[in-house]
Design a protein around this ligand. Structure first.
Ligand code: DGY
Length: 322
């Protein structure tokens, strides 16, 4: 029997995913969930036919160039693949895949949680209760923003954006979106399409960011764009921190231009996020947990394995991005 391909796994994966991986491949697992340095990844790549990383491992052009020629695939355990230089991978003949669809529900849940948490001042309220600073109740106490019936603006009406819009409809919100391509009426479900971002921004009481981080979307939500949002708008980001200009967002949260923001993703995460966020009361912050449910993490792992299975069976993987 031919040797099984060897898969280098970036992080500790769900039990069921590791069980299938071990059944079908020679797996180099990471039971301690250590975050490998680039040097370690490069060294370990000498033993691997494929790498199954998460977004926490960065495959820059320099790293990819130094990977062993043995590596034929980078099968990401993530829908986002901005941590992989796909041009460099193509140049080296490495196939890159991702895990779309399976995390849309979980991520949309977090978008709605962020919207509500930001609008209704959840972090502030939680802190008050825990710190025993909650002393009184009055009509003026902890007044937030009601989202029911307001306009929910989506940048990037892909799979996650569409589910988030569907959930927002449950709050009687009016859906507006900007996307590179207009959706079909079946997918649009009555949402208003905006052919340019500025027009969407002017129509968004809540702006939810769902576009990937690319060279085109980097810093997209800057001071000029924030100025287009209605006064008192709320910004939600479950996509990537890179889409936001942190200085501009923090300034708008401080000045009152924006009522609040709910953020699950950050530039410089996890350790080097902009310190300004930690000082603001009107932000609801989560540590990049959009896809963090057992169901979804299992499904992400299985999807990454489906891609590997196809490639090692000589077929086209379902989710090839390079
Ligand atoms: C994704 O899949 O891109 C999520 O952000 C987790 O990595």
């Amino acid at each position: 029997m031919a040797d099984k391909p060897t898969v280098l796994v970036g992080r500790k994966l769900p039990e069921a995913v590791e069980a299938r991986l071990k059944r079908d491949y020679d797996a180099i697992l990471n039971p301690d969930d250590k975050l490998y340095t680039s040097e370690e990844l490069i060294e370990l790549s000498g033993k691997a036919d494929a790498i199954l990383p998460c977004h926490s491992e960065h495959f820059t052009a320099e790293v990819i160039e130094k990977l062993s020629d043995r590596v034929k695939v980078i099968a990401n355990f993530s829908v986002g693949y901005d941590h992989v230089d796909t041009e460099a991978a193509k140049k080296k003949g490495i196939i890159v895949t991702n895990t779309p669809d399976v995390l849309s529900d979980a991520t949309a849940e977090i978008a709605i949680l962020l919207m509500l948490g930001a609008a209704r001042r959840a972090s502030e309220g939680d802190r008050l209760v825990r710190s025993k600073q909650w002393k009184d109740w009055s009509p003026a106490f902890m007044v937030g923003t009601q989202t029911t019936g307001k306009r929910f603006g989506v940048i990037g009406m892909g799979r996650v954006g569409q589910v988030a819009a569907k959930r927002a409809r449950g709050f009687d919100m009016e859906i507006h979106y900007y996307n590179r391509k207009r959706l079909s009426p079946e997918l649009e479900q009555g949402a208003t399409f905006h052919a340019d971002v500025d027009s969407l921004l002017e129509s968004a009481d809540v702006l939810s960011i769902h576009c990937p981080a690319t060279s085109e979307t980097k810093g997209l939500l800057n001071a000029e764009k924030i100025a287009k949002l209605p006064d008192g708008a709320i910004v939600v980001n479950t996509s990537r921190g890179a889409v936001v200009d942190d200085d501009a967002l923090i300034e708008a949260l401080k000045s009152g231009k924006l009522a609040a923001a709910g953020l699950d993703v950050f530039n410089g995460e996890p350790a080097d996020i902009h310190p300004g966020y930690r000082e603001l009361d009107n932000v609801f912050l989560l540590p990049h947990i959009g896809s963090a449910t057992k169901d979804t993490r299992d499904a992400m792992g299985f999807r990454a394995l489906d891609n590997l299975d196809a490639i090692f069976a000589g077929k086209e993987p379902g989710d090839r991005v390079a």
